[in-house]
Design a protein around this ligand. Structure first.
Ligand code: G6Q
Length: 537
């Protein structure tokens, strides 16, 4: 983080800390108008945050001085921005609908991207219209995606979000956990002759995915009584054609992507295949257009009208200026119930780092803890802490003017709660108001809401594929901007490696017939012995 620019921010934060949002609104009747921006179908009202115009100005200068513009251009134009893995970071090319070339090492990647999209489109049409059939001639009704992390969370979240646009006779399932329960419970719900398995793995070596894929293949062969059935019931999405062929999937039924697509940024690559089959080619392209609209906005809008940048600098303000440890994402739409889990990976795997791009330890807080649940459910659970707890938790409220399921007055009630919560969090309720309402004196302290709790409100007309795409791109670029400000590489994930290596060492110790010589610490040794003893019974 640019030290001298941050010092300016800190000074201004100290002055702002003592002030209440009530004052900001009272002293400036135009505050909401001034601090609302629109882009790609979304409106962001960020006026209910703890900043003065001067503080915002300095925060944007911090973003500017961190080299955000240069970093953005480096990413969009295919330079090896992921410096620890020496790779380009080009998820924005996957949804580049501009018709322009994008080069990696001199080669235009757009023709390959278009070719894969076309192949996905024609496969999608074949499956949906019944041209592609199972081994016994039945049409495909169940799509089972086998993948984990970036090869699971995006399409799983998106299939739920865009369910109203899906083919009603089609069902999607997502198996990620190596816990056999996940696969077993899925297989119990489907018929093999109507099922297509999509094995989604960038590397095609991930333990969980390969274990699930092998067990699913065994099940299918057993159910259909023929090894040859695999050809009609398994396709792959990967960057590793050798491993795909080794598994027994015809490379003709493999959908490729490239090393410049990070796992958690891969929804718009072939990793989106289950989604495309579920919602259709056209709706998938609509979603890409939404992503692209937000990409363009992020790349070209001035910083003070730039939605991802504004959300990013406010996040930095709370994280580094106000000492907030977490950030809540609260979608008021049941279809977005998996969005917080998706954003958890996007944000925490990208910015949960303590070492900067130059290999030095950072001297400040980086990525926050992301969490959340759909409203209104959370209101009856954890919102108590948001309103009256001792912690400052900035929150994003995400809502829509129109419901996909207009049912009586449900939607107006939902949205009344949506608007009420940000109002209550910002303005609270004073002791005087409580007394005026006749609250007994001993209860007054309990009934006071201090307010001054920051929120962003994100509002769109309806949850359509394009609006959905723009929302995901918004968060991607918010995370990117914060990574640039903190000078960390948001595109590697070394922190997931150690556990994998240790699990590889422990597995044979759990299964060895002879008591193995254990050389871990006493805790790990003891736990392994306990497990072995119970397993043997
Ligand atoms: C995402 C991460 C990680 C990855 C999974 C699955 O950014 O890299 O979540 O997506 O580990 O990896 P494979 O796709 O290679 O199976």
């Amino acid at each position: 983080m640019n030290k001298s620019a941050w010092e300016f921010v800190e000074r201004e934060v100290e002055a702002t800390k003592k002030r209440h949002m009530r004052e900001f609104f009272e002293s400036d009747p135009t505050r909401a108008d001034r601090f609302t921006v629109s882009a790609a179908g979304w409106t962001l009202d960020y006026s209910k945050n703890r900043f003065t115009p001067a503080l915002l100005h300095i925060l944007l200068a911090l973003a500017e001085e961190s080299g955000l513009r240069e970093a953005t251009e480096a990413m969009f134009s295919g330079l090896p921005y992921n410096n620890t893995e020496k790779r380009a970071v080009l998820h924005t090319a996957l949804r580049n609908r501009s018709g322009g070339a994008i080069r990696v090492n001199g080669e235009d990647v757009m023709p390959q991207i278009e070719a894969v999209l076309e192949k996905m489109g024609s496969f999608t049409n074949d499956v949906r219209t019944g041209i592609w059939r199972g081994h016994t001639g039945k049409t495909i009704r169940n799509i089972v995606n086998i993948g984990i992390g970036g090869s699971d969370l995006g399409p799983a979240m998106a299939c739920e979000a865009l369910h109203p646009f899906s083919k009603k006779s089609m069902r999607t399932f997502f198996v990620s956990n190596i816990d056999g329960t996940h696969l077993a419970e899925t297989l119990a719900q489907i018929k093999a002759d109507q099922t297509l398995f999509i094995v989604a793995s960038k590397t095609f070596t991930t333990q969980e995915t390969m274990t699930n894929a092998n067990s699913a293949r065994e099940w299918l062969i057993k159910e259909l009584g023929d090894d040859a059935a695999v050809a009609k019931h398994f396709v792959a999405v990967s960057t590793n054609s050798e491993k795909v062929a080794e598994f027994g999937i015809d490379p003709a039924n493999m959908f490729v992507f490239w090393d410049w697509v990070g796992g958690r940024y891969s929804l718009t690559s072939a990793i989106g295949l289950p989604l495309m089959i579920y919602i259709g080619h056209k709706n998938f392209l609509r979603m890409l257009r939404g992503f692209h609209a937000m990409d363009r906005h992020f790349r070209t809008a001035p910083l003070n009208r730039n939605m991802p940048v504004l959300m990013a600098v406010l996040g930095v303000l709370y994280n580094n200026g106000y000492g907030a440890e977490s950030h809540a994402v609260l979608p008021y739409d049941q279809y977005l119930s998996r969005l917080p889990a998706y954003l958890q990976q996007l944000d925490m795997e990208s910015n949960g780092k303590s070492i900067n791009r130059n290999g030095e330890r950072v001297g400040f807080q980086t990525g926050p803890i992301i969490w959340g649940e759909p409203g209104t459910n959370g209101q009856h659970a954890f919102y108590q802490l948001l309103h009256q707890g001792t912690k400052l938790i900035p929150a994003d409220f995400i809502g829509f003017c129109k419901s996909q399921n207009p049912l009586g007055d449900h939607h107006d009630k939902l949205m009344a709660n949506f608007f009420a919560q940000t109002e209550a969090l910002a303005f609270g309720k004073s002791a005087e108001q409580c007394r005026a309402e006749g609250v007994p004196e001993e209860l007054v302290p309990h009934k006071v809401f201090e307010g001054n709790r920051p929120t962003n409100t994100l509002l769109a007309d309806a949850l359509t594929p394009d609006v959905f795409g723009a929302l995901i791109a918004l968060y991607e670029h918010k995370v990117f901007t914060q990574g640039v400000i903190w000078n960390i590489n948001s595109f590697d994930q070394w922190g997931v490696e150690l556990g994998k290596v240790l699990a590889g060492r422990i597995l044979p110790e759990l299964t060895a017939a002879e008591e193995p010589e254990l050389t871990h610490d006493s805790s790990t040794n003891g736990l392994i012995r306990r497990y072995r003893a119970a397993r043997a019974k």
